[in-house]
Design a binder for this molecule. Structure first.
Ligand code: 48H
Length: 270
């Protein structure tokens, strides 16, 4: 884009209008989505990228200001993550450099992983909304999940009583990690959500068994309630499957599976 070099007429109001007007217009264009992803950890960001690449209208709602969830912390703050070789392609396709490691694993830099996954999701067309949290789900007359109730993350942080707004989506992905927040909300608030006992008691994940936890993650990634898919650590937390520590291949493959399920649901509802 060719920008003029001598247009110095701007002042503080130029900045203010530029920020508010462009954000409002982008935000209003993101309130009726194909897929709302809640939580921008590795599973959510991978699901969003794949869905956006397929041409779906995807919004990611992340309560923090940064994207990447648990990737940034690596293992015990050592900024490296391990990934199984069978999931390495999901890193390579966004340009993350991998070091071959032992016994079928690769190692990646945590900062490079979080930033390149984020950049690839943005380039694919995913709308990333930071500082916004999902505090509830929206349901239709059949109690199917059809959107999320949103508020600024800072509002809950400050303990303010501020009523929320809402967005619609054909399907919602719970990528909220260990607390599996959206699934818990559905369990506790949506009338009749305990019908199949799935949500009778969400216990949280089991202690560490990395290989078993990674294997279970893919199986546990599913539509847990009409209109709500669970991905990543939330999927294992719901099913009391093992945790796995700082190995992330399962999160990426879970995001990929969540995207496949979401894509089918979107097509069936279009
Ligand atoms: C908006 C929200 C809300 C909300 C939460 O924890 P994450 O990194 O999620 P996953 O499942 O993609 O990855 C899990 C992985 O990072 C991990 O924790 C592992 C491998 N643990 C193994 C072990 O043994 O401990 O990211 C979830 C994101 C975070 O950024 C939250 O801020 C965000 O979701 N979030 N955003 N509205 N209600 N709840």
């Amino acid at each position: 884009m060719g920008f003029a070099k001598d247009s110095f007429k701007w002042d503080e109001l130029t900045i203010t209008r530029g920020i508010v007007e462009t954000f409002m217009s982008d935000f209003l264009d993101s309130i009726d989505l194909d897929v709302a992803v809640v939580g921008a950890g590795p599973s959510g960001i991978t699901a969003a990228r794949i869905l956006a690449n397929e041409g779906h209208k995807v919004g990611i709602f992340e309560r923090n200001l940064q994207i990447g969830g648990g990737i940034w912390g690596g293992g015990m703050l050592f900024p490296r993550i391990a990934v199984e070789q069978e999931a390495a392609w999901l890193m390579e396709e966004v340009g993350i450099r991998l070091r071959e490691w032992e016994d079928g694993t690769v190692i990646a830099d945590a900062v490079e992983s979080a930033t390149k996954m984020t950049a690839a999701a943005i380039d694919a067309g995913a709308r990333i909304l930071v500082g916004i949290e999902a505090e509830d789900v929206v349901v239709d007359d059949d109690n199917r999940v059809c959107g999320v109730v949103i508020n600024w993350g800072a509002v809950s942080g400050a303990g303010l009583h501020v009523d929320p707004l809402a967005v619609h989506a054909k399907v919602v992905i719970d990528g909220t990690g260990h607390p599996c927040e959206l699934s818990r909300l559905v369990e506790t608030r949506v009338p009749g959500a305990c019908i199949d006992n799935l949500f009778e008691c969400i216990p949280g994940e089991a202690s560490m068994n990395a290989r078993a936890g990674e294997a279970a993650l893919i199986e546990n990634t599913r539509e847990v309630y009409p209109g709500l898919i669970v991905s990543g650590m939330a999927a294992n937390a719901i099913s009391k499957s093992y945790r796995m520590g700082a190995i992330f291949g399962g999160m990426l493959l879970s995001g990929q599976k969540a995207a496949q399920i979401a894509s089918e649901i979107v097509k069936s509802r279009s």
